[in-house]
Each structure stands twice: as structure tokens, then as C-alpha cells.
Design a binder for this molecule. Structure first.
Ligand SMILES: Cc1cc2nc3c(=O)[nH]c(=O)nc-3n(C[C@H](O)[C@H](O)[C@H](O)COP(=O)(O)O)c2cc1C
Length: 484
């Protein structure tokens, strides 16, 4: 067997954003500095301030027909949640438009407060249309302040969320400044404050920013993110604002009962790496995308999720506890620790079947024409979990290049699993892709889940897991009265 080396090259995409602001007198192409979303591009025309920015954007904006007069800010009892959404000056300000929609979809009333800098990026008109409320931009608004508007806002809010939160606002909040409407109301409110930082990764890593964030955390401010990923400067790193959906989910944790509500679910995902020497390893092509999507879907179905992740470059879905491992042995130990008391275990990781019998302490030298590697079986995590005295509902994954159903059913029986999800792998199939299809099998049953995005597929798969879990672990017993 030959030596296999794996090099992971981060996918980099530089997306340009043109920007013109009469105030800053700046026309430029922002391809080098700020984190951007690579999903697509949409233009947000900012007619009110006669500037416009072309920003990356994944979805067409739906604009509510705008009722613009603010309803009175009664602080008496109310049913929907009231969110003050602070928007500060950063490229990610355009994502706050999507956030307003996500919050309103959860029946929240949203009052947007923009900093002066934020108005250079997105027009207040956009937020006004989406929120149905006139946007507040200044402490010096005579009409609002006649009734002490900033205090009224501070009292009205059930939660304050600042998204995106610039490095500047983090610094101003940490030092207790009250030099604009947003900082003033943050000091005046009793409502919980959350911030979603978004900035260049060097700015985020700067000790000043980190110290400000620590101060805020210590004061009880929730810091949501940032996420890691491609930055427009061509580098990878933490600094991207969390996606709108994740921020909305963080503010409104699922309360509706899902099929896995209250259940502890452990999921393993990604490849493992089996070291040959300090610089080489044997691995496989798993990206972890399917397992991570399954983890997010299980969370959305109400589960408390622990994700045991092999070496992947994916961000942890919010609300999930992640344990990083590298080798099959480490994954085995982490899974066995996590499954104690768990209801469901889903083994979606591509665990090595074989590992080098020994790992050289020093880099192996190129001395001979041929190299023989001595491999031994790696621990079988799935069967060991299924063989526990009180096993969780155990679900395996099977990646096959041929005879998918036959091999998968054999694995289901041999390893005594409750369920198995089989997928055909190969060139342009399953591995490191954003779509997939699954064949889900259990004793006496099967369900085909069609080719679709891994996120959507994961939701359908988790629905089947929830259904089968309920049926096998909590069967409904109907008592039929006996005829006398
Ligand atoms: C084109 C451009 C993009 C910027 N993007 C960011 C950003 O993503 N994150 C950030 O913290 N600051 C960014 N800044 C700097 C802030 O806009 C600046 O610090 C401002 O004072 C923030 O004010 P605010 O916190 O009151 O909104 C950017 C500045 C410019 C000119």
C-alpha cells in the first residue's frame, strides 16, 4: 500500500463590492478588507442618502408594504417579543435587513436603531419598509426626545440585539459611553443585550477588541459569533456575522415541541486522520457537511446536541456543543464519553477502517523505492455503541460505491444498528458537496430521501429518526377492553 498525503487548501473566493458614499467621498472596490458572504449579489439602492452599495446577498429581499408611523410604545403587557435591533457601521449591515425579516417571522416587533456610520452602508428606508416602524438614528431627534424617546425605547425592549456590532460599538459599550442613541439606550435598558460582531479578522483578533468583548461578556452581554470563513481579503478567519437565521434562533430558542424535544443526541461527523509520522496521515474525502447539517437539524427538532467532529473547516452550528478530535481512537473515546445517558447516537463520521500500526516519531525519509505500511483495524465506534448494555437509538451511515442497499442492510444487521442511512459515493457524489440523497433502512423498512441540499435532506432524515425513535423506544400501547 502506498503512502497517501492530504493537503487541505481553503476555498477562497474574493467577491467585490462597489461602494460610493457622498459623505466619505469614497468610491472603491472592497475586495481586500472585509468579510463578505459569497452566496450571491444583490444591490440595495439607498435612495434616501443618495448612495448605493452593491453587496453580496443570497436571497431576494421581500419588502413589506411599509406602515411607517410607529405605533405607540406602550410598555404594558404584550404577547410578541419586542426587539431593539441596533445596526452599526460595517459591510454586514446589509445582512441586518434579512435579520429583520427573520425576527418578524417569529412574530417579534422590531425597532431598528442605526448608528450614523450604519446609515452609510444601508438606508434607514430599507429597515423602515421591512420593520414597519420608522427607524431611529439620532439621540437629537426633537420629536422623539420630547417624550424622552431613548428611555422609552430602553423600557420598551424585551431584548436588544446589535447586529452587526462593529469593533467601535464594542469599544464604546465596554467603556460605558453614551454618545449616541444606541449606546445610551444600552446603558438605560434592563433588557438583555446581545451583540453579533462582524469585522475583519485582524480587528477581531486585536487585543483591544478581545478585551472589550471579555468586559462585555463579564457584564452579561451575550456575544453571538463571529463565524469563521472566507474573507474578502482572501484570508480565512473569524469575523463574519452569524447568519440571520442563526441570530433569530439564538434570540428565540425553539419552544415548539419537535420530534426530539428534550432528547440528548450525539452525532459524530467528518473524517478521521490516522498519523503515519508527524507530518503525514491517512484520511478520506469526508467534508463533515452532512453530519453538521444533521446536527443543526437535530437541534431544530428540539434535541440537546453534542457534535464530535473530526478535522473539518466548518463552523459549529449555534447552540450545539462541539468536541474536536482527530483520530479514530480519539473519536471512539469522545463518543463513548458523550453517549452516557444519550437517547440517540448518529454516526455520520467517515471513521478510518484501518490505522497505521505505529506512528513514526520523526518524519519518514525517502530512502527506498517501495514503502510498506503495516495497518491494523481501527476501533469500530458504531458497533461498540450498539453493543452497550443500554445503547442509545443507534444510527449508522454507509458510504458505498456500488450495491448500496445490499451492503448497507448487511451493515445494519451485522452491527445491530437501529437504523442506517446509505449514500452512494464516488466522483461528484456525496463527498464535499452541498447536496446528497439518502436511502434510510431499518429492520423491515426503508425510506428514500431524494437528492436535495444537505440542510433540507438533514431535516427530512431527522424527521425519520425522530419517528423511528418514538416508535421503537416509546411505543404507544393501546389497551383494548376485553369483551365480557
Ligand atoms: C467601507 C468600510 C467598511 C467598514 N466595515 C467595517 C466592519 O465590517 N466592521 C467594523 O467593525 N468596522 C467597519 N468599518 C469601520 C466602522 O464603520 C467605523 O469604525 C465606524 O466608526 C463604526 O461606527 P459605529 O460603531 O458607530 O457604527 C468600516 C469602514 C468603512 C469605511
Amino acid at each position: 500500500m502506498g503512502c497517501k498525503l492530504n493537503y487541505t487548501l481553503p476555498r477562497r473566493q474574493a467577491l467585490g463590492s462597489c461602494f460610493y458614499s457622498p459623505r466619505l467621498q469614497l468610491v472603491g472596490v472592497l475586495t481586500w478588507f472585509w468579510p463578505v458572504d459569497t452566496a450571491g449579489a444583490a444591490k440595495i439602492a439607498a435612495s434616501q442618502h443618495n448612495h448605493w452599495c452593491s453587496v453580496p446577498y443570497g436571497e431576494v429581499l421581500e419588502v413589506d408594504s411599509g406602515r411607517v408611523d410607529n405605533p405607540p410604545m406602550s410598555t404594558s403587557s404584550h404577547s410578541p417579543s419586542r426587539i431593539v435591533l441596533g445596526v452599526t457601521g460595517g459591510i454586514a449591515a446589509y445582512k441586518a435587513a434579512e435579520l429583520v425579516r427573520r425576527l418578524r417571522a417569529r412574530h417579534a416587533e422590531v425597532q431598528v436603531v442605526m448608528t450614523e456610520a450604519a446609515c452609510q452602508f444601508v438606508t434607514p428606508l430599507t429597515f423602515q419598509a421591512l420593520s414597519g416602524r420608522a427607524v431611529r438614528t439620532s439621540l437629537w431627534d426633537a420629536a422623539s426626545e420630547a417624550a424622552m424617546g431613548h428611555i422609552e425605547l430602553a423600557r420598551w425592549a424585551d431584548q436588544v440585539l446589535i447586529a452587526p456590532a462593529s469593533a467601535d460599538i464594542l469599544a464604546r459599550l465596554a467603556s460605558g459611553r453614551a454618545d449616541d442613541l444606541l449606546t445610551t439606550l444600552c446603558l438605560a435598558t434592563k433588557a438583555p443585550v446581545s451583540v453579533a460582531p462582524a469585522m475583519n479578522h485582524q480587528m477581531w483578533a486585536h487585543p483591544a477588541t478581545q478585551s472589550n468583548v471579555n468586559v462585555l461578556r463579564a457584564r452579561g452581554v451575550r456575544v453571538l459569533g463571529p463565524a469563521s470563513g472566507d474573507q474578502a481579503c482572501g484570508e480565512d478567519g473569524p469575523g463574519r456575522m452569524w447568519e440571520a437565521l442563526d441570530l433569530a434562533a439564538a434570540l428565540f430558542p425553539a419552544v415548539a415541541a419537535g420530534p426530539l424535544t428534550g432528547k440528548k443526541v450525539v452525532i459524530s461527523a467528518g473524517p478521521t486522520r490516522e498519523p503515519l509520522d508527524p507530518v503525514r496521515f491517512i484520511s478520506n474525502r469526508s467534508s463533515g457537511k452532512m453530519g453538521f447539517a444533521v446536527a443543526a437539524a437535530a437541534r431544530d427538532a428540539g434535541a440537546e446536541v453534542t457534535l464530535i467532529a473530526g478535522p473539518v473547516t466548518l463552523c459549529t452550528p449555534p447552540g450545539i456543543q462541539r468536541v474536536n478530535v482527530e483520530t479514530a481512537e480519539q473519536m471512539y473515546r469522545a463518543v463513548h464519553e458523550a453517549v452516557v445517558g444519550a437517547h440517540v447516537y448518529i454516526g455520520a463520521a467517515a471513521v478510518a477502517d484501518y490505522q497505521p500500526a505505529a506512528c513514526a516519531h520523526q518524519k519518514m525519509k525517502k530512502t527506498s523505492e517501495h514503502l510498506e505500511l503495516h495497518l491494523q483495524r481501527a476501533p469500530d465506534i458504531l458497533s461498540s455503541v450498539a453493543a452497550l448494555e443500554q445503547p442509545p437509538f443507534t444510527v449508522g451511515f454507509a458510504a458505498e460505491t456500488n450495491d448500496v442497499e445490499r451492503y448497507a442492510r448487511d451493515k445494519l444487521t451485522r452491527k445491530r444498528l437501529d437504523m442506517i442511512a446509505a449514500n452512494e459515493v464516488g466522483v461528484d457524489r456525496a463527498f464535499d458537496r452541498d447536496d446528497n440523497a439518502l436511502l434510510v433502512l431499518w429492520a423491515g423498512g426503508r425510506r428514500e430521501l431524494a437528492l436535495q441540499s444537505k440542510d433540507q435532506l438533514a431535516r427530512e432524515f431527522i424527521a425519520v429518526v425522530g419517528e423511528r425513535y418514538q416508535l421503537t423506544r416509546h411505543p404507544v400501547v393501546t389497551l383494548v377492553p376485553q369483551a365480557s
